[in-house]
Structures are given as structure tokens and as C-alpha cells.
Design a protein. Structure first.
Length: 291
């Protein structure tokens, strides 16, 4: 099995190119010794990257890619051991979320209620995308990976597939989402599907106007069409806002963690807003000198 085939069997299309580039960098650095590298060889390689000034998050991503490479070598029988399986870096990554700058529930609801698609024929599809952002706090990757079979309208749920960053989970849909999705599947989805490339079969729930899987850039353009540069909204900030609002409203941390698909509790805790942060936000908003 080739490395590319191995990656395709385990990771999303958007991740494969990144992992291939990082693995290629590792192999070029170690040359012929790459496949036989040991624990200290991997440490030395990470040290080289650190010396180049890579961000701690980039260092962790590179280590993760190297681990994937050795997983591949072990699975294909090219070596019997994994030299860095339990290696973890201690480089500190700033995971603090600037919760005071996030969107309120009212702002998000207004985005949904007043959204108008550029083309009327795309209105239902686009509002479904926005609803999945503001009610289920999905990432654009998660939205793009939903398949028709994952949407259970009778049960009122949608299944979110696991990816590299988040766990898979089943989330409840709101009544207005169920009605919207029912109309979309009945009246719009097949229209998109018929425009797919010849001999290609796509069963993704959200399709582009060309009948193929919709991706991040398309969603970003969609929600920001007609907005000034300084007023643009990012899907990730919407997700962060939804999670922060749930915690602020008193929802249990573990419940929110499962809802968001976070693998670690610490990822969810980063969205907690302390009383001091709330006070700071209020002062910045009401202080006479800020008017």
C-alpha cells in the first residue's frame, strides 16, 4: 500500500496534502535513515524545526504527521516498532479564547433570520448551512462531510462524522431546521445532484451549484457576501461563540464538550468566561472615554 492510499483511508481530503508535505519534509531531512529513525532521531528533527522558529502548534502538527508515517510503516510491515508513539511536546500553545469579542446569541439569530442568498434558488441550502453553524456549532469541514444518510428527519437528528480534530456525535435538530431540510431534500438537492460531473456519484448532503461537495472557501464566501471587510464573519468564530454562550448560560461542561466534539475537557474549558472578563467587556462598552 502506498502512503497516499494509507492517508486516504484514514484522513479527510483537506488533511492529506498537509500531512504529505510534513512527512516529505521529515524524509528529506533524514534522507535514507528516515524509515529506520529512532526516538532520538525524531527528537533531533523536532529540535531543528523549533530552531527555525516554528509555532508550537506547527511543531505538534509536524510531530503528528511523523507519527502517522511510522503508523504506516508498522501497518505495512516495513518496521516492527513505532519510535515516537508516546512522544508528546511540552511547547506551550496559547489556547485562550477571546470570549469577550465573540457574538451573542441574538447576533447569531439575526444572521440566520435576515440572511438572503445571492440566488433565490440557493436560499434553503444556504440557510441550512448557517443553521448548522449557529445551532450545532459545526466546523465547515464537518458540514461538508455530512451525507444524506446522516440526516434523520423523523428522529430530528444529524450525525456528525469524526475527523482529525473532533469526535463524531449525533446532535438534535431544531424544528425549523427539520422543516427546512425536508423542503431542501424534496425540492433542491436533486437539482444540484443532477449537475454532478459525468459518472460521479455524490451523496453529500450539502452540494455546490456544480453538484459536488461544498468546501470551506464556498461557505466563507456565502456568509460574507455583501459585507464590508471589517464586518466579515468567520465560521470558526461562530462556532466559538455558540460554545462560549452555552457555558455562559450554565450548561454542564461535559455536556458542552460532547456537543462540540472536543476530545479533551481543556479544549472546552478555554471558552469559559470569568467574571473579570465580563467586567472588562462591560467597562470597555460603557466607559465614557470609549464613546
Amino acid at each position: 500500500m502506498k502512503l497516499t492510499d494509507y492517508l486516504k483511508s484514514k484522513y479527510s481530503t483537506t488533511s492529506i496534502r498537509s500531512y504529505e508535505n510534513m512527512i516529505r519534509r521529515f524524509r528529506l531531512s533524514l534522507g535514507e535513515l528516515a524509515d529506520e529513525a529512532g526516538y532520538h532521531d525524531v527528537l533531533d528533527y523536532i529540535g531543528q524545526l523549533r530552531g527555525q522558529g516554528l509555532h508550537p502548534k506547527s511543531l505538534r502538527n509536524n510531530l503528528f504527521a511523523v507519527k502517522i508515517y511510522f503508523d504506516y510503516l508498522v501497518e505495512t510491515g516495513k518496521r516492527n516498532d513505532h519510535p515516537c508513539k508516546y512522544l508528546n511536546l511540552k511547547d506551550q500553545v496559547n489556547r485562550q479564547i477571546a470570549v469577550e469579542s465573540l457574538y451573542s446569541r441574538e447576533v447569531l439569530e439575526e444572521l440566520y433570520e435576515h440572511y438572503q442568498a445571492r440566488k433565490a434558488e440557493n436560499q434553503r441550502r444556504d440557510k441550512i448551512i448557517i443553521s448548522l453553524l449557529i445551532y450545532q456549532a459545526l466546523t465547515v469541514l464537518e458540514i461538508s462531510q455530512i451525507r444524506v444518510e446522516d440526516v434523520k428527519l423523523e428522529a430530528g437528528t444529524v450525525y456528525i462524522r469524526e475527523n482529525v480534530k473532533n469526535r463524531g456525535r449525533t446532535l438534535d435538530l431544531k424544528p425549523k431546521q427539520i422543516l427546512l431540510m425536508h423542503s431542501y431534500l424534496k425540492e433542491d438537492w436533486k437539482r444540484y445532484w443532477r449537475k454532478r460531473p459525468p459518472r460521479k456519484r455524490f451523496d453529500y448532503f450539502i452540494l455546490s451549484e456544480n453538484g459536488v461537495q461544498i468546501w470551506k472557501s464556498g461557505i466563507n464566501r456565502m456568509i460574507n457576501r455583501g459585507r464590508e471587510k471589517g464586518d466579515r464573519i468567520t465560521p470558526m468564530k461562530i462556532r466559538q461563540s455558540v460554545i462560549a454562550n452555552l457555558l455562559k448560560e450554565g450548561h454542564d461542561l461535559r455536556v458542552v464538550q460532547v456537543f462540540a466534539g472536543h476530545r479533551r475537557t481543556a479544549s472546552t474549558e478555554a471558552y469559559k468566561q470569568t467574571g473579570l472578563e465580563e467586567l472588562k467587556a462591560a467597562i470597555e462598552k460603557l466607559h465614557p472615554y470609549q464613546r
